[in-house]
Design a protein. Structure first.
Ligand SMILES: Nc1ncnc2c1ncn2[C@@H]1O[C@H](COP(=O)(O)OP(=O)(O)OP(=O)(O)O)[C@@H](O)[C@H]1O
Ligand SMILES: [Mg+2]
Lengths: 259, 268
């Protein structure tokens, strides 16, 4: 077999796996295109997929700028929220009384619709990125708190006896046993929190921002620039999927080592 | 926590199990007598093996000595002190029945864990030595999930020995090994023990293992556990594997087997 045939074959294989894996996305795109072409709806109601693509390609600057801002806010808020959630979970772990107060409180607050908090926070923090960041922090806080709390108590079988027999101090037990035990749960929290972090950053920008993907979407929608509005959604979805995939990969990697 | 009993008399024993009983309260409120009155004295540097049918309370006795359980009746003293003070001073080595390795640590780091917990510098040379002794050279960086059951048990034995403990508790440490590896591990353990003479209590189901390793073999009855027989093992140390083929070894083995199976003895 010649080399070029081999390459053609493997690239054909690559194309096939791509189709077999993402045929759903492809089908939606085709159905979309077919529907707009056949029904002839106005482009303001429903743009052609090709126009959306063109809009993205023709305005790389503004997509890049707003997209990277939203991504940075989501990532920064995610990191801060996870850190805060972990910290509070550890504080709750240290005492039965504290966990008795903090865990129900956390559950109550996690059921508050955060969108309703946006105007309140904006009034407090200002109509800018600070509020967006605060929303993402709050959204990311709860999974981190809940899952880390559970993880700190999910110790491997026999390990508590082992640490007592080794004469471990409370601090060394925490460092060498309790914290590492929480890592798999912590990774679950990260995976679950990543997509909502992007979404909540966008919602906050949409409602009160002056930049970012959420704001860009609102501006485009107000101008009846449907292609740009759809383009923004596409980019936002891509960012969200990217974050989710990265978090899932990280989780698999960590679990290979941890279990 | 302070010792529950004042130290009235001092005894010469390294481990003094003084008329100890253990009753567990089950979830349904019933109580289960796991250990009836057990009275067992172990000298410093003595190796005692514990034989008995499954469920007779052998692990419970080990857990009592390790201060993982409190006796319901009687008391336990190690070097005349509360058993808890021994583990507090990082002088206790235990190999549990179910190995209890940390899944996220490599073999090497699992064995190094007692150093870290005790806040002592890690002696990599000693780790390498012990890895060689338990036949796990080349598996330093493997994770417990990548090892066989018998290999995990051997890691757990190395971990129990790493800090040169003054008291060693082994709960069926070779239960998951094939006969050949088991004999090999027995020879190695016998050699390590001969060098350091650690006061040891070994739980096993193998009569031959008990006889080969121990200075004294204790046979327990079925639940609730009581001591039904205690024999001193006469063989010189260091013991060579050949000792297991002598007539004296066989007759002692028969005697212990008989003590383990009282019904059959009565029937024949
Ligand atoms: N924490 C506990 N709560 C209730 N019952 C227990 C507990 N630990 C042990 N037991 C009971 O005590 C008895 C003795 O258990 P133990 O583990 O000491 O047996 P063993 O002699 O080590 O058996 P094996 O040879 O099978 O390991 C058993 O009947 C067991 O069900
Ligand atoms: Mg047992």
């Amino acid at each position: 077999m010649s080399q070029s045939a081999q390459i053609r074959r493997s690239s054909g294989g690559f194309f096939l796996t791509l189709v077999s894996r993402y045929w759903g996305v492809l089908a939606v795109l085709l159905a979309w295109q077919a529907w707009v072409s056949i029904s002839g709806v106005n482009a303001i109601v429903m743009p052609h997929p090709i126009d959306v693509l063109l809009n993205i390609v023709q305005n790389p600057g503004s997509y890049w700028q707003n997209g990277s801002q939203t991504l940075l806010l989501a990532a920064g808020g995610l990191v801060m929220g996870m850190a805060l959630g972990t910290l509070i979970a550890v504080v709750a772990w240290t005492s039965r009384v504290l966990s008795g107060i903090l865990i129900p409180l956390g559950l109550i607050f996690s059921s508050v619709p955060v969108v309703a908090l946006i105007p309140v926070l904006a009034r407090l923090l200002g109509y800018d990125v600070r509020t967006v960041l605060a929303i993402v922090v709050i959204i990311s806080f709860f999974p981190a708190f809940v899952f880390t709390s559970a993880g700190l108590r999910a110790l491997p079988p026999g390990s508590e006896d082992l640490f007592q027999v080794l004469g471990a101090s409370k601090w060394r037990r925490f460092v060498h046993l309790v914290m590492p035990s929480a890592v798999p749960n912590w990774m679950i929290a990260l995976r679950l929190a990543a997509p909502p972090a992007v979404l909540s950053a966008m919602v906050a920008e949409f409602l009160m921002g002056s930049s970012g993907l959420g704001y860009m979407f609102r501006a485009a929608a107000t101008d009846f620039d449907t292609a740009q509005a759809f383009g923004t959604s596409v980019v936002a979805t891509a960012i969200s999927v990217l974050c989710f995939t990265a978090a899932t990969l990280a989780e698999t990697r960590v679990n290979q080592k941890w279990k | 926590m302070s010792a529950p009993h004042p130290q009235v008399s001092s005894t010469p024993w390294a481990i003094d199990i003084d008329h100890v009983g253990k009753v567990f309260t089950l979830d349904n409120g019933e109580s289960l007598v796991a250990v009836d009155t057990v009275d067992l004295k172990i000298e410093k540097g003595e190796f005692v093996a514990l034989l008995g049918p499954s469920g007779c309370g052998k692990s419970t006795i080990l857990r009592l000595v390790a201060a993982l359980e409190d006796p319901t009746t009687g008391r336990i003293a190690i070097e005349n002190r509360d058993p808890l003070s021994l583990s507090r001073q990082h002088r206790l080595g235990v190999a549990f029945q179910d190995h209890a390795l940390l899944p996220w640590l490599s073999v090497k780091n699992n064995i190094a864990l007692p150093y870290k917990v005790a806040g002592r510098p890690v002696d990599h040379e000693r780790i390498a030595d012990l890895l060689g002794l338990v036949g796990l050279k080349g598996f330093e960086n493997a994770r417990p999930s990548q090892l066989s059951g018998g290999m995990r048990q051997r890691v757990s034995i190395a971990r129990a020995l790493i800090l040169n403990p003054d008291v060693l508790l082994l709960d069926e440490p070779f239960g998951a090994l094939d006969a050949v590896t088991r004999r090999h591990m027995n020879v190695e353990l016998q050699r390590i023990w001969g060098e350091e003479r650690i006061t040891s209590l070994l739980v096993t189901h193998s009569v031959e293992e008990a006889l080969f390793l121990a200075d004294r073999v204790i046979v327990m009855s079925g639940r609730p556990g009581r001591v039904v027989k205690s024999i001193a093992v006469p063989f010189e140390r260091p013991r060579r594997p050949e000792v297991q083929r002598t007539a004296e070894f066989h007759s002692l083995a028969d005697e212990l087997t008989l003590a383990l199976e009282p019904e059959e003895a009565a029937a024949s």
